[in-house]
Design a protein around this ligand. Structure first.
Ligand code: NAI
Length: 479
């Protein structure tokens, strides 16, 4: 729970909850999250494992069931079959996961609902969604996860199937808005070549790592690199990551989570942040590079640092550094316009080019940009910032096919309202609106953005490229 979100704390106190109920005020629940720890805390990892129950259903011959059963088994998540899919029990039992039939009247509280919608071939078949969720939703545990799996509409076998698969998006986004008590819902479009690449995505979404992500449609496509053997404890061991803007806020959390996952993190920030930057790098046993990413010599400085710290090449590059210089366009100076565009999107493009030209990005490496929901929805007083963040999304879209040929993925996260020094400076009324105007009724934490980036950076996440994942609690902005 955030210390600065006093209403969240109050609404969950004994007196506050009674008052909130009596007055009909919203009661956001404290979300279950992974703590942001830098050492390998076995307890923290254990808490993050999705050990409680999943209920699994599906339409038609549910072709993804064997893949789901295998991954639930790997994740140690027991499951029950929805009554309509009793035929699944024997199949899934072979993977040692499914132990019986789900009966809503038995008082069991599932932590996850998974529905394989990939065989839905017409809008008539969509009624299978209705039946499954109508029976199960009311039983959900707090902070539960709903996952619907489909096929990308462009890859569906007939126009009718494509139409029905497209319908899943509206269904899941609406369901996410109806969920209560910190639960979230996502749609995973799984291309046929990505069926062996579900692991890292299920590991993320079926755990507290994905606390503040909801209402997203994610596509898994042919992986840029065949998934390596699964290694969930310290999955980034032996890897090198660069995080820009790592001295504080979201960047510090990203560096912390990547280091926790085993990476050597090169922490980059400006000279004015030298003190906190050194402290972060030394706490994480990484290295610090003071560098203004917008300076003409930034690429050369980073390459020189990597030549010493990462002679075998770079695995993860996170473009987190960013600034705001908010003013309505008429009042905005040219310098305010220019600096935001240059730091937020000019510099990341130049750094990418420098690293690509030098050939230091290894096979199966990752580039992750940090966009913003401002770049999707637009925001008054942020023409410069929103343009730069929309351009980060454009960078991901334009470069993903080019980089896939070099076995590199590129994705972005688009945070909503995250509790940092940047948002603490926002005037109270706007801050309060930003916090509450989402399906979870609260702001996110830096660790929420960091965990989403760690998922995209996972060595088994090569089926994710060209994606923009909002970490915004399903904010109403740009929805
Ligand atoms: P912050 O202002 O707390 O931290 C940004 C860091 O980047 C600072 O340490 C700063 O010194 C560094 N930095 C700035 N310019 C730099 C440069 N030229 N070279 C190297 N380092 C530089 O910001 P916060 O909140 O942690 O945001 C991180 C990223 O997340 C930014 O890209 C921001 O636009 C994005 N974001 C933040 C949201 C929020 O609610 N806090 C929402 C949406 C996006």
């Amino acid at each position: 729970m955030t210390t600065s979100d006093r209403y969240l704390a109050f609404a969950n106190s004994a007196v506050g909850s009674r008052l909130a109920n009596a007055l009909g005020l919203p009661r956001p629940v404290p979300l279950e999250r992974m703590p942001c720890v830098d050492n390998t805390d076995a307890m923290a990892d254990a808490r993050a494992m999705p050990v409680s129950l999943a209920v699994v259903g599906g339409a038609g011959d549910a072709p993804l069931l064997p893949d789901l059963a295998r991954e639930l088994h790997r994740l140690g998540m027991p499951s029950l079959a929805h009554a309509e899919r009793l035929d699944w029990i024997s199949l899934a039992n072979q993977a040692g996961t499914m132990s019986g039939r789900f009966n809503p009247s038995e008082g069991v509280r599932p932590k996850a609902l998974l529905f394989d919608a990939s065989a839905i071939a017409s809008t008539d078949d969509l009624s299978t969604l209705y039946t499954f969720f109508h029976d199960t939703l009311a039983c959900l545990d707090r902070c539960a996860r709903v996952l619907v799996l489909g096929v990308p509409p462009t890859l569906a076998s007939t126009p009718q199937a494509s139409v029905a698969q497209r319908a899943l998006e509206g269904f899941v986004r609406s369901l996410a808005k109806e969920l209560k008590r910190g639960a979230t819902a996502q749609l995973l479009y799984v291309s046929p070549q990505a069926r062996a690449s579900l692991h890292s995505t299920l590991r993320f979404f079926l755990s507290p790592r994905a606390a503040y992500v909801s209402g997203q449609a994610i596509t898994l496509q042919a992986p840029v690199f065949e998934p390596p053997p699964i290694q969930d404890r310290r999955p980034l061991a032996g890897q090198v990551a660069v995080v820009t803007g790592a001295a504080r806020g979201i960047g510090e959390a990203i560096a912390t989570v990547l280091a926790h996952d085993g990476a050597h993190v090169v922490c980059v920030d400006i000279a004015a942040a030298q003190g906190p930057l050194d402290a972060v790098a030394s706490r994480l046993e990484g290295s610090a590079l003071t560098c203004d990413i917008a300076a003409p010599e930034a690429g050369a400085a980073l390459l020189a640092h990597l030549a010493k710290q990462a002679p075998h090449g770079l695995d993860i590059l996170v473009h987190n550094a960013g600034i705001t210089r908010d003013k309505t366009l008429v009042r905005m100076s040219e310098a305010q316009w220019q600096s935001v565009l240059d730091i937020n999107v000019g510099a990341p493009q130049r750094l990418n080019q420098a690293l690509l030209d030098a050939g230091v990005l290894r096979a199966n490496s990752r580039i992750v940009g940090v966009a913003s929901i401002s770049g999707i929805a637009g925001n008054r007083g942020q023409t410069n910032y929103a343009a730069s963040k929309a351009a980060v999304i454009g960078m991901v879209e334009a470069w993903s096919p080019v980089l896939a040929e070099r076995q590199i993925s590129i994705n972005a996260v688009a945070p909503g309202f995250i509790e940092t020094q940047m948002t603490a400076a926002v005037p109270f009324a706007i801050r309060e609106a930003g916090r509450r105007m989402n399906s979870l009724g609260q702001g996110g934490q830096p660790v929420d953005v960091a965990q989403a980036i760690a998922w995209l950076a996972h060595p088994a996440s090569g089926a994710l490229t060209g994606q923009v994942v909002r970490v915004c609690g399903q904010s109403l902005l740009g929805a």
